[in-house]
Design a protein around this ligand. Sequence first.
Ligand SMILES: [Zn+2]
Ligand SMILES: [Zn+2]
Ligand SMILES: [Zn+2]
Length: 142
Amino acid sequence: MSDLEQISLELEARGYRVTPSRRAVIAAILARKNHFAADELAKRCRGAGRATVFRTIRLLNDLGVVCRVLMDDGSPRYLVSRSGHHHHLVCTECGTVQDLDQCAVSGALREIADASGYEIEGHWLELYGRCAACRAKAAVSA
Ligand SMILES: [Zn+2]
Ligand SMILES: [Zn+2]
Ligand SMILES: [Zn+2]
């Protein structure tokens, strides 16, 4: 089964109709290699209007199909999600976004919950820095 079919089935299973324009948005998302801005996708996606593109991205984000990543300047980008709780490593030089499988802060969250009496329901964490490729490039030119 293609990713497009899989996502379509997932939407239908949750009671959403997969209209041709929604399908076009999903296909456009799957064609992207790395992250994208909603605006940029709207320009490339011929099968759907701008509002539909934005709404579909939001829906897919709510369903966990697409991740929202905040770049270091605060602007949101989207990329196809991998399943399960994870975080992102964002390179501030080349803009590459990499998934980080493990949750780096689960221990700290338990301590915060204990100390504050909160039942913590969620958190958001992006890690910014320079990726291995950018660091290697910098070392060569130095
Ligand atoms: Zn992700
Ligand atoms: Zn980089
Ligand atoms: Zn986490």
